[in-house]
Write a protein that binds this ligand. Structure first.
Ligand code: A3P
Length: 305
């Protein structure tokens, strides 16, 4: 697109985006996943983790990228330039994903150790080698209402995911758990339970928003690092929403499957945005179902400030 005006580049990107066919979905053990993943599921399931692998796991749109950037900066002792060496999806392979041609598994296998990997898989679908090798895992969860709204806008702008339909339609799809990577309820509860028998640091998007430095320190300790206060402050600043939104290595601006004009990847980054989206009736219905789904867990979430 060299020599084109900024407007022309935008227009060309929009046209190219419109022509990308949507990806298809299928299921593994009742969990909706992208078809390529399902067709090569054995390859994912038989992935060989190594004892020094670190895994960042989450339900989609829970603050994964934010956590990934925090981890990368801690691992690099706060070296900003080093963390800008490549887009986040190349620094930390997305295990089960097909990045158009290169599967995350191949990316991970080609990488030297120690590796940091990302997954959205529900706990029961995680390749068993992660448990066998006792790998450290960081899980990040976000309250269901904001998570749902964020996922809706992401499905609108990302050709790698199914078209969400109207908000009312999407509300039903999300509540039924027939979205990619399955039910939010089962996901957050499954990983929460697993932390009793495995080294999992369970984080919340909302606690990261309220006190990022405290969470960054927690992650640092989990990784066995010891960084100075000023380095922690630098990491807080460089992983703030405004800085990450402008950082091409974290904002997915160059991903051709995403249309940031429809909705930017770094969209709002707030707690309680669901209030702008849920109708009163949806909120009532959601609260009733939420209570039933969450009756068998000690897990609790902050849904507004
Ligand atoms: P919104 O759509 O609500 O804005 P994931 O990385 O799991 O896909 O999550 C994306 C969500 O995290 C988006 O939420 C995005 O704006 C938000 N996010 C990303 N980086 C953030 C940051 N540094 N601070 C706060 N929110 C952030």
């Amino acid at each position: 697109m060299e020599g084109m005006t900024k407007d022309k580049v935008e227009e060309t990107r929009e046209l190219e985006w419109a022509l990308i066919p949507p990806r298809e979905v299928s299921q593994v053990d009742g969990i909706v996943l992208e078809k390529n993943i399902c067709n090569t599921w054995d390859k994912v399931w038989n992935f060989q983790a190594k004892p020094d692998d670190l895994l960042i796991a989450s339900y989609p749109k829970a603050g994964t990228t934010w956590t990934q950037e925090i981890v990368d900066l801690i691992q690099n002792n706060g070296d900003i330039e080093n963390s800008r060496r490549a887009p986040i999806q190349l620094r930390q392979p997305f295990l089960e994903w097909f990045r158009r041609v290169t599967p995350g598994i191949d990316q991970a296998n080609a990488m030297s150790s120690p590796r940091t990997l990302k997954t959205h898989l529900p706990v029961q679908l995680l390749p068993p080698s992660f448990w066998e090798k006792n790998c450290k895992i960081i899980y990040v969860a976000r309250n269901a209402k904001d998570n749902m709204v964020s996922y809706y806008y992401f499905q609108k702008m990302n050709k790698a995911l199914p078209e969400p339909g109207s908000w009312d339609e999407y509300f039903e799809t999300f509540m039924s758990g027939k979205v990619m990577w399955g039910s939010w309820f089962d996901h957050v509860k499954g990983w929460w339970k697993k932390k009793d028998s495995h080294p999992i640091l369970y984080l919340f998007y909302e606690e990261m928003m309220k006190d990022p430095k405290r969470v960054i320190r927690k992650v640092m300790e989990f990784l066995g690092k010891n960084l100075k206060e000023e380095v922690l402050d630098k990491i807080v600043y460089n992983t703030s929403f405004d800085v990450m939104k402008k950082n091409p290595m974290t904002n997915y601006i160059n991903d051709p499957e995403m249309n940031h004009n429809l909705s930017p990847f770094m969209r709002k980054g707030v707690i309680g945005d669901w209030k702008n989206q849920f109708t009163e009736a949806q909120n009532k219905r959601f609260n009733e179902e939420y209570e039933k789904h969450m009756a068998d867990t000690s897990l609790s979430f902050c849904m507004e400030l």
